[in-house]
Design a protein around this ligand. Structure first.
Ligand SMILES: [Zn+2]
Length: 199
């Protein structure tokens, strides 16, 4: 199964794979939201501690310690982040993100690298905490730099997977090749039906 912008499957599990697009914080955010995949069975791929460990590990965080309660925190946050990602406008997105920032208080740091200084979020002492700080920090920077313009949601009904639209004209509509091909096949069938009717 190839997914556009989804270079690899990070964990083949008996109950289905987890996908991963990269370990930069915006990819982590999108991948976290897409752990609910309405085209998969079961749709929710993050229902056990081991799923969370796999998710952390696949995105470059240590898989331990994951504490009781972390899974609940992460799945609650997933829905709150979705409400930011799919907000109708920037004012609503900002409002929702600001209350998450107040609640979780991600700590920014200045990280010096070979190419200069960069902002990094995340208390690295606990992986779940680090991931939460990273995704909130990433969304903060994303909304400040681009508003909601790049926060895409797949239109390949019933799929509701999200993607970061890096295309120049912001014209991307589908989360992956599967949905692009499904939509093309559906359009083809529709045209066939219409052609038959008009014969
Ligand atoms: Zn899709």
């Amino acid at each position: 199964m190839t997914r556009l912008g989804y270079p690899s499957v990070m964990g083949e599990q008996p109950d289905g794979p987890l996908f991963f697009t990269g370990d930069d914080p915006m990819s982590v955010t999108a991948d976290l939201l897409n752990t609910i995949d309405l085209l998969a069975t079961p749709a929710d791929r993050l229902t056990e501690q081991r799923h969370l460990r796999l998710f952390l590990e696949g995105h470059g965080y240590p898989a331990r310690p994951v504490r009781t309660g972390d899974l609940g925190t992460v799945s609650r946050l997933r829905e709150q982040l979705r409400a930011v990602w799919q907000a109708d406008d920037l004012a609503i997105a900002a409002d929702r993100l600001n209350s998450l920032l107040t609640r979780h208080r991600p700590v920014p740091r200045l990280r010096l690298g070979p190419d200069g200084a960069d902002v990094e979020f995340g208390d690295r002492s606990a992986p779940v905490r680090a991931m939460i700080d990273d995704v909130l920090g990433a969304l903060l920077q994303e909304l400040a730099a681009h508003g909601t313009a790049r926060l895409g949601t797949c239109v390949g009904d019933p799929c509701r997977c999200v993607f970061l639209d890096r295309s120049r004209n912001r014209a991307r509509r589908y989360c992956c090749e599967i949905c692009t091909n499904r939509a093309a096949a559906a359009a083809f069938r529709r045209r066939e039906r219409e052609a038959r009717r008009s014969r």
